[in-house]
Design a protein around this ligand. Structure first.
Ligand code: KE4
Length: 432
């Protein structure tokens, strides 16, 4: 039996104090462990595939600060580059060559992107891309998919995923009906539903935005033909196709899900990995559309720290590291071993479970499945997921604290880490 008692005294003290200072004691809801129960862990430091809490407990980290740490935390080459950049300043609020360098890398990598604008978060990127879609087409309505999360801007908080799904807040208070009246939703992987929405709202739909591989309702890949079908439908109706690759960008493949699946959208949003762990977001796409963004065009969007030298530096170095030969083959191989191992153990220990992985992104649902959309995902035994999460935490494995999130590996995770994780999973699942 692996040691199953961890000391969390300091975590508890710090989190208790935090709850008096910040709503829920956190800077982002999903961190509060609401859907998995128990005491959130307060962390102190990270390195490679590992994270340590304030009580000194070490964990194998499969959250990776929600995706950015694909090269492992505090990669020495990223840290060195940041030290050098720090000496030259933390923010200019003015053009820097670093923005050119990262922009060139993003444009070279992502099939849909001919021009790009940097912002400070995925939420900002999605907000801006929505405004741009509407300006370019002169139409107001958009289609999003149930369970997909595109940040916390009002117009997206309709049957959203991630923390919204976790907290059961599909339509958060404070979001006026006027903000969401143009937001249409359909089940993920349901082309017929999208066709109907276009027929019912012909010539009014600016575009379709989706996570090409869903990570915010748990891990849900596209069914064969789904992305291609959306590409055809949007072209047929004069609407735009937007891939929100904030999570999948540079993770599913170096060129994102659009490279992996060979479907090129009109616009793409990015975040997470392109900032190497510093605050970043980006949106980009066809030159004729991006040329509408101020000051080149009339569509306004701005940001004090957009393109800041530290995020650009960390992003540049991270993408350089990802270009190394064999990166994505390695990510796919260790993550496949993890995902298949978890599934096999779940079935061997008598649990209904399904899941999968693509490259360094994976998921496990406690339901028979298959899971094609958010309704299917919601059939999962979230209480059992909570017990699984806690049991793995007690054995030194840190998984995303929600059934409605995806898991992430990095090039720093080793075969031994995967073996240790599967040993812990067997221990936990045999007692769930
Ligand atoms: P940020 O504003 O959190 O940088 O990005 C919003 C966003 C947009 N689009 C996709 C596909 C995303 O996954 C995200 C953010 N992802 C969540 C994790 N599911 C961030 C974690 C959190 O909210 O604390």
């Amino acid at each position: 039996m692996v040691n199953t008692t961890i000391k969390t005294t300091k975590s508890q003290e710090i989190f208790a104090a935090a709850q008096n200072l910040m709503p829920g004691g956190v800077s982002s809801p999903v961190r509060a462990f609401k859907s998995v129960g128990g005491q959130p862990i307060v962390f102190d430091r990270v390195k490679g595939a590992y994270i340590w809490d304030v009580d000194g407990n070490q964990y194998i980290d499969y959250v990776g600060t929600w995706g950015p740490a694909i090269c492992g935390h505090t990669h020495p080459e990223v840290i060195t580059a940041l030290h050098e950049a720090l000496e030259k300043g933390t923010s200019f609020g003015a053009p820097s060559v670093l923005e050119n360098i990262l922009a060139e890398m993003v444009i070279a990598a992502v099939p849909s992107i001919e021009m790009v604008r940097f912002v400070n978060s995925g939420t900002e990127a999605c907000m801006a891309v929505l405004r741009l879609m509407r300006a370019f087409t002169g139409r107001d309505k958009i289609i999003k998919f149930e369970g997909c999360y595109h940040g916390h801007a009002d117009m997206f908080l309709v049957k959203a995923g991630s923390g919204v799904a976790t907290l059961g807040l599909p339509d958060s208070p404070g979001v006026p009906k006027s903000a969401t009246s143009h937001t249409l939703t359909a089940p993920f992987n349901d082309l017929e539903a999208v066709k109907e929405l276009f027929e019912e709202n012909s010539d009014q739909i600016a575009g379709v935005i989706l996570e090409p591989v869903v990570g915010n309702a748990g891990f849900i890949p596209p069914d064969a033909g789904f992305l291609e079908g959306l590409r055809e439908l949007t072209q047929e109706h004069g609407a735009l196709l937007v891939f929100d690759e904030v999570m999948t960008g540079f993770r599913i493949a170096y060129g994102g899900a659009q490279e992996k699946f060979g479907v090129t959208p009109d616009l793409t949003t990015l975040g997470k990995i392109i900032g190497g762990g510093l605050p970043v977001g980006a949106y980009g796409g066809r030159r004729d559309i991006m040329s509408m963004v101020a000051p080149a065009g009339p569509v306004y969007q701005a940001g004090t720290l957009s393109g800041n030298p530290l995020a650009m530096t960390a992003g540049i170095k991270t993408l350089e590291l990802l270009q190394k030969q064999g990166t994505y083959e390695y990510l796919d191989s260790i993550t496949k071993k993890l995902a298949e191992g978890l599934l096999q153990i779940a079935h061997q220990t008598g649990h209904a479970a399904c899941g999968g992985q693509i490259s360094g992104m994976f998921g496990l649902f406690f339901t028979n499945g298959p899971v094609h959309n958010y309704e299917d995902a919601k059939k999962s035994d979230t209480a059992k997921f909570g017990r699984f999460h806690r049991g793995m935490l007690e054995r030194g494995i840190y998984l995303a604290p929600s059934q409605f999130e995806a898991g992430f590996t990095s090039i720093a995770h080793t075969e031994e880490d995967i073996e240790r994780t599967l040993t812990a999973a067997r221990d936990v699942m045999s007692t769930l």
